[in-house]
Design a protein around this ligand. Structure first.
Ligand SMILES: [Zn+2]
Length: 292
């Protein structure tokens, strides 16, 4: 062991992704004395403005939205006791197909090598033992999430270090529970995995494969999830971190659930391990298994 503290680095696309995706592990490992580094790649300017005003609508000022979301991000990091927040400050690219995809400075238009070089510098500085980011589909297809994945994997190639590397994922069993709660709370929700797994009403194989083409696959069959980290003890903090991002419409759904239901649903964070120097047995329940 070196004298350097064990370190977790999470690479996320937007302010608020740290809370939804990894709020539990950030809070839990901070409480265990592990140094946590959050890299947020974009400024979130394509998010909702005050009063829920959407990008492109009158009153949506991208610079003001970015400034507001920066404050929300800092508040969230305080809740989660993130040791170091690093901002790459690329412009939020918006959802796939939006004009903002091609705006000057957009993360999506940034060459992967440029983002990777900056991230590799942070990796050299912090020497993370564990790196967490999204899968190649950015979990759900958002261009900035895909780009965060790409620069992370490219940055790892640029450094000599071999940390454990994880992609966030959701087991299909959790996706089904999530769908049920979404409907209960009145949100529009189509189960993205239903076609793949064969939903009760999917009588025709043709309809099923068309749906698979239309919706990128989200999550994994339970048996392909390698790492299940119980963070229920930190569910309240994860909820509070998300509450710091209450300006964003999609978070309000979670907040409506209340702490208890939220923790029930979101209390176990799941990952797929894609690089491992430790040989720790799978499935595992700790991102740092084999490191301490
Ligand atoms: Zn995001």
């Amino acid at each position: 062991m070196t004298d350097r503290p064990l370190t977790l680095m999470a690479v996320h696309a937007h302010p608020d992704d740290e809370a939804t995706g990894t709020g539990g592990v950030l809070a839990r490992y901070a409480a265990e004395g592990i140094r946590t580094v959050l890299v947020t790649c974009t400024d979130g300017r394509c998010g909702d403005g005050p009063g829920g005003v959407k990008p492109g609508e009158p009153g949506h000022d991208p610079a003001a939205v970015a400034a507001m979301r920066r404050q929300e991000l800092e508040a969230s990091c305080e809740v989660l006791k993130v040791s170091h927040l690093e901002l790459l400050e690329y412009a939020d690219s918006g959802m796939m197909g939006w004009e903002s995809n091609d705006a000057p400075g957009s993360f999506w238009r940034t060459p992967v090598a440029d983002g990777a070089a900056r991230l590799a510098e942070l990796m050299r500085r912090y020497q993370p033992d564990v790196v967490v980011t999204y899968d190649e589909n950015g979990f759900y297809g958002h261009p900035d999430h895909i780009q965060a994945h790409r620069i992370t994997m490219a940055a790892l190639e640029l450094t000599d270090a071999t940390p454990k590397v994880y992609w966030t994922t959701a087991p299909h069993s959790a996706m089904r529970r999530f769908g049920e709660v979404m409907r209960e709370f009145g949100a529009d929700w189509e189960e993205p995995e239903s076609a793949e797994e064969g939903s009760p009403e999917a009588g025709s194989a043709d309809a099923g494969s068309a749906a698979v083409d239309a919706i990128p696959p989200i999550g994994l069959p339970d048996e392909e999830v390698t790492t299940w980290v119980d963070t229920t003890e930190f569910g309240g903090l994860k909820f509070d971190a998300l509450a710091a991002h209450a300006s964003q419409g999609e978070n309000i759904f979670f907040l409506k659930m209340g702490k208890e239901r939220f923790t029930e649903l979101m209390g176990v964070e799941t990952f797929v391990r894609v690089q491992d120097p430790t040989g720790a047995a799978l499935p595992e329940n700790d991102l740092f298994a084999g490191l301490r």
